[in-house]
Design a protein around this ligand. Structure first.
Ligand code: TYD
Length: 202
């Protein structure tokens, strides 16, 4: 069975911790797990990450295209081969990040960004996406002093991203599982495992 899971949410929502906890849990069950992050996860992807997060000004369509390029490379080089040999892939962010950060917050349109990305990923979407909901003020407070280009955006930008995620959860109710990101990490991890079990994926 194909098994591709992603985690999404505002910066500082705790998704990276949840990727690690789920990876460790699945390994105790003897699954091969491939955890990856976006943008990045390949040589080209890490170079693009450097440009898009630590470079200078970038226009919105160039930005969405760079994220899509990193994603295309990740699908081709890492995700497809891993799924092909039966591994479980857990991605820290995937298409949904582009739909909300570029589609909603930058105003490019969810549908336009989805079309671009479905070409880039050859139609691949996660079976389940865990969305860790925190409000923009908590996100702002949790992001440290050293900020990348996206993290330097305003609280208003974060609010748009948060609204975008809520819209996506309504658009894809079967795939996106929204969880309260203010709960303890252990409780969230349990809810993630429960959702996967209930879906018959574990
Ligand atoms: P992330 O890896 O979560 O940041 P960090 O490693 O600092 O925790 O994400 C990097 C930033 O890029 C984050 O602010 C969200 C943004 N982003 C987009 O705007 N569009 C995308 O398609 C992706 C994948 C990320």
């Amino acid at each position: 069975m194909l098994m591709f899971i992603s985690f999404e949410g505002l910066d500082g929502c705790g998704k990276t911790t949840q990727v690690e906890l789920l990876e460790a849990f699945l390994e105790t069950r003897d699954f091969e797990v491939v955890a990856t992050r976006e943008p990045g996860g390949t040589e080209l992807g890490e170079t693009l990450r450097q440009i898009v997060l630590h470079g200078g000004k970038i226009s919105p369509w160039a930005e969405v295209a760079i994220f899509a390029a990193a994603r295309a490379e990740l699908v081709e080089e890492v995700i497809e081969p891993a799924l092909g040999r039966g591994a479980i892939v857990i991605s820290d962010r995937f298409v949904d990040s582009s739909l909300v950060y570029q589609g909603v917050a930058r105003g490019l349109g969810i549908e336009n960004v989805l079309q671009l990305n479905l070409h880039a990923t050859k139609g691949l979407l996660p079976e389940r996406t865990f969305l860790l909901m925190v409000d923009e003020k908590l996100s702002e407070a949790r992001v440290g002093e050293e900020r990348d280009r996206m993290e330097r955006e305003s609280v208003e930008f974060r609010r748009l991203v948060g609204d975008g995620y809520r819209r996506l959860a309504e658009m894809f109710p079967g795939r996106i599982v929204a969880l309260d990101g203010t709960q303890s990490r252990e409780l969230i991890a349990r809810q993630v495992r429960q959702a996967l079990e209930e879906a018959g994926l574990l």
